[in-house]
Ligand binder design. Structure first.
Ligand SMILES: Cc1cc2nc3c(=O)[nH]c(=O)nc-3n(C[C@H](O)[C@H](O)[C@H](O)COP(=O)(O)OP(=O)(O)OC[C@H]3O[C@@H](n4cnc5c(N)ncnc54)[C@H](O)[C@@H]3O)c2cc1C
Length: 400
């Protein structure tokens, strides 16, 4: 009997894990992918969608053909329940799926109640529908310009997206001839500019400060948001920032079905894992990507999260796939790398400029870390988007 691997989620983590485990075992395994969305979404390009530089067709593809060609079954459904003892997953279309090994790769949802008024009075870009609504709001803004506030709220981790949107906004304002008349403010929970939720990198604070100054952007650092009214953000220190347009990156939570899954998930819905990406509690259940819980090695005056970006997500998925393959072969799951020890590789886009972020480890202490600013970073981001979508759509997850 071939072993059954069920993968929940079909984005960076789920696609990589499913394709990699099949590859590791030369096809001698039954792999099923179950996902709430039948599309892959290249989330990093959501920063461009509100400005009309991308639409959903540019940054998504249907996952079923990719998986089918690799002998993987795709089920378009959401997991609603996980029973780790009976080793089965229930889905919203009433199926019960049994597994020998399970990969949880169901990513994030927005914490919509992070502050009163976030859902009603602010835009965000962290999901495709939200970015599409933000595109409508941006077009309305261009007809009636005014001040802008871009924020990463308390508990947020996806700071790269906040900075990218901020600098792309500045770039768009310049293109529209509005940069002199619009006051652009960045509000962040980071303890200093360029912390990024990863503790910062050498000269990062200075570099980000220079970028902000060059664009005439005001910053409010190490501060939370108290609430958001229609047309004004009120910060935790009482300051009120009026706006005509705003974009807020909220904290992320894990999916709801995990909160009730036999103590697998923490209070945020993220799953505690070992360095093998097996869950703390079960040898046959893995969690990878944003779904995996990560402990930050610091406390900040205003809480910040840790960004679980694409590169560590893929790394986690490959480690999980190699370990599942080992277990199926009757070996020990010996591949391991703690999240904090995975390399940091990221490109921060700034419209026609950007910063390449490289470090030997996601989290300190590090030996090396460097930020390389310049227009080549923007070109790299453009090229990487095309390359990554091509690689994933063709199932070439063994490529870098
Ligand atoms: C705006 C933005 C910009 C970003 N920019 C960058 C960047 O420049 N560089 C970078 O490295 N990273 C970036 N990231 C982070 C990157 O997007 C994440 O690392 C990546 O999305 C994590 O992939 P994942 O598969 O773990 O989770 P997700 O992308 O959240 O995917 C989760 C999957 O699970 C499915 N799912 C959800 N619930 C269920 C359920 N109950 N049952 C079954 N399936 C379910 C979803 O449909 C989806 O397929 C950015 C993120 C955002 C939001």
């Amino acid at each position: 009997m071939r072993k059954k691997v069920v993968v929940l989620g079909a984005n960076f983590a789920g696609m990589t894990a499913a394709l990699a485990v099949r590859h590791e075992l030369h096809g001698d395994v039954d792999v099923r992918v179950v996902s709430a969305s039948d599309h892959f979404l290249f989330n990093p390009s959501l920063i461009w969608l509100p400005f009309g530089k991308r639409d959903s067709n540019d940054i998504t593809f249907l996952v079923e053909p990719t998986l089918y060609h690799r002998g993987i079954e795709f089920i378009h459904a959401a997991a609603t329940k996980l029973d780790p003892v009976a080793k089965k997953v229930t889905t919203d279309d009433g199926r019960e799926l049994r597994y020998d090994y399970l990969v949880i790769a169901t990513g994030y949802r927005n914490k919509n109640d992070v502050v009163p008024g976030f859902r009603e009075n602010a835009n965000t870009i962290t999901t495709l529908p939200a970015a599409e609504r933000t595109a409508v709001a941006w077009r309305r803004f261009l007809d009636h310009p005014g001040d802008i506030v871009v924020a990463a709220s308390q508990g947020a981790g996806c700071f790269g997206a906040a900075y990218e949107f901020l600098f792309n906004t500045a770039h768009q304002l310049r293109k529209a001839g509005l940069h002199k008349q619009v006051k652009l403010t960045y509000v962040t929970s980071e303890p200093f500019l360029g912390h990024f939720g990863i503790g910062g990198l050498p000269h990062g604070e200075k570099l980000l400060g220079t970028f902000l100054k060059k664009e005439g952007i005001d910053a409010r650092v190490s501060v939370g948001i108290d609430h958001i009214d229609q047309g004004a953000m009120v910060l935790a220190d009482g300051e009120k920032l009026p706006f005509r347009f705003s974009m807020v990156v909220p904290p992320f939570l894990g999916q709801r079905y995990l909160s009730a899954a036999n103590g697998l998930a923490d209070e945020k819905g993220f799953v505690a894992v070992r360095d093998t990406y097996q869950t703390e509690k079960y040898d046959d259940i893995y969690a990878v990507g944003v779904a995996a819980a990560v402990e930050a090695p610091w406390h900040t005056p205003t809480p910040v999260g840790v960004p679980k970006t694409g590169f560590p997500t893929e790394t986690m998925a490959h480690i999980a796939a190699a370990n599942i393959a080992a277990q199926i072969r009757g070996e020990q799951p010996a591949h391991e790398k703690a999240f904090g020890d995975i390399r940091a590789v990221c490109v921060l886009d700034a419209g026609n400029n950007g910063v390449v972020i490289l470090a030997d480890k996601m989290l300190p202490p590090r030996k090396h870390g460097v930020l390389i600013p310049g227009p080549q970073a923007h070109l790299m981001k453009l090229g990487f988007e095309k390359y990554f979508l091509w690689k994933m759509q063709h199932g070439y997850v063994q490529l870098p």
